[in-house]
Design a protein around this ligand. Structure first.
Ligand code: HEC
Ligand code: HEC
Length: 250
C-alpha cells in the first residue's frame, strides 16, 4: 500500500537503480555496464537534459558548468529540506555526502555552450528593463541592495566555488527561484543573504531584474569567475552562509 501512496518514490528509485546511481555495477555482475559517473547520473539527465544542459522548458535547470560548491550545496539543500522538489529529494536522500560531491564535480566539469536567450516575450516595458539593468549592475543603495554583480560576478557568470551565475537561465526558472525565496520555500545555508536580498526587492523590481537577466546572452567565456573575484561579505548584514562554508564538507 505504501507504494501506491508514493508512486513518485518507487518510480524514481527504479530509475536510479536502472542507472546504477545507488549501486554502481560491479565487474562480476555479468551485465555490460560502463561504470562512470556520466553513466550513473543518467537518472539525473533524464530531467536535467543531456549532460545537464537543462530541460526544454525552463523548468528543469541546467547543471553543466555551474560552480561545484554551488551544486553540492543545492543537493544538500534538497536532501535537508531547504529546497523542495519531491522527486529530486527522494533520489538524493539515499546518497552519501561524498557521492553528492562527486556528482556535483561531474556536472561542474562539463563545458557546454550556453543557448541564446529565448526570444524575448513582448510586453515588458523598456523602462522596467532599464530598471532591471540598473539593479543588476549598480544596485539601489536606498533600498540596501548591492548590485547583483557584487556577488554573482562582474559578468554574472558566477564565482567559484559557491556563487551561481545568473546569465543563460530562462526567465521562468529565475522567476520561480525568487518566488520561492519570497514564500520561504527555498532557503540557503544561514545566514541566507539571498533571502535578505529578496526581502529588499519589491515585486516590481524582482520582475524587472529577472526579465533583464533572461535577455542577456552569456559571454563567450561563461566560466564562473575564480574564487575571491568578488569581495565577501559585501555588507555587514549580507554575509552569505554558503560563502563561508568549509571547502570540503565531509
Ligand atoms: C524528476 C525530475 C528530476 C530528476 C530525476 C532530478 N532532478 Fe534535479 N531538479 C529538478 C527540478 C524540477 C529542479 C528545480 C527545482 C526548483 O525549482 O527548486 C531541480 C534542481 C536541481 C539542482 C539545483 C540547480 C540549481 O541551479 O540550483 C541540482 C543541483 C539538481 N537538481 C541535481 C540533480 C541530480 C544530481 C539528480 C540525479 C541524482 C537530479 N537532479 C535528478 C528535477 C529533477
Ligand atoms: C550578498 C550576495 C548576493 C547578492 C548581492 C545577490 N545574490 Fe543572488 N545568490 C547569492 C547566493 C550566495 C546564492 C546561492 C544560494 C544557495 O546556495 O542556494 C544566490 C542565488 C541566486 C539565485 C538562484 C540561482 C539558481 O541557479 O538557482 C538567483 C535567481 C539570484 N541569486 C538572483 C539574484 C539577483 C537578481 C540579485 C540582484 C538583485 C542577486 N541575486 C544578488 C548571493 C547574492
Amino acid at each position: 500500500m505504501r507504494l501506491r501512496r508514493r508512486p513518485g518514490r518507487s518510480l524514481v528509485l527504479a530509475l536510479a537503480l536502472a542507472a546504477g546511481l545507488c549501486a554502481p555495477a560491479s565487474a562480476s555482475s555479468g551485465i555490460e555496464f560502463e561504470d562512470t559517473t556520466a553513466q550513473r547520473v543518467k537518472a539525473c539527465t533524464a530531467c536535467h537534459g543531456d549532460q545537464g544542459r537543462a530541460g526544454p522548458d525552463g523548468y528543469y535547470p541546467r547543471l553543466a558548468g555551474k560552480p561545484a560548491g554551488y551544486l553540492y550545496n543545492q543537493l544538500l539543500n534538497f536532501r535537508d529540506g531547504r529546497r523542495h522538489y519531491g522527486l529530486m529529494t527522494h533520489m538524493v536522500d539515499l546518497l552519501s555526502n561524498a557521492y553528492l560531491q562527486e556528482i556535483a564535480e561531474h556536472f561542474a566539469s562539463l563545458d557546454l555552450p550556453y543557448p541564446e536567450p529565448a526570444a524575448a516575450s513582448s510586453g515588458v516595458p523598456q523602462r522596467l528593463l532599464e530598471r532591471g539593468r540598473e539593479l543588476a549592475l549598480d544596485g539601489d543603495a536606498d533600498a540596501g541592495l548591492p548590485a547583483c554583480v557584487a556577488c554573482h560576478g562582474q559578468k554574472l557568470t558566477g564565482v567559484q566555488p559557491r556563487f551561481p551565475g545568473l546569465v543563460g537561465l530562462p526567465v521562468d526558472y529565475l522567476t520561480a527561484q525568487l518566488g520561492a525565496w519570497k514564500s520561504g520555500e527555498r532557503k540557503a545555508q544561514d545566514p541566507d543573504c539571498m533571502a535578505t536580498i529578496r526581502e529588499r526587492l519589491s515585486d516590481a523590481d524582482a520582475y524587472a531584474v529577472v526579465n533583464w537577466l533572461a535577455r542577456q546572452p552569456a559571454p563567450a567565456d561563461a566560466h564562473p569567475a575564480p574564487e575571491g573575484a568578488t569581495k565577501q561579505p559585501v555588507a555587514a548584514d549580507l554575509a552569505c552562509g554558503t560563502a563561508a562554508a568549509g571547502k570540503a564538507q565531509p
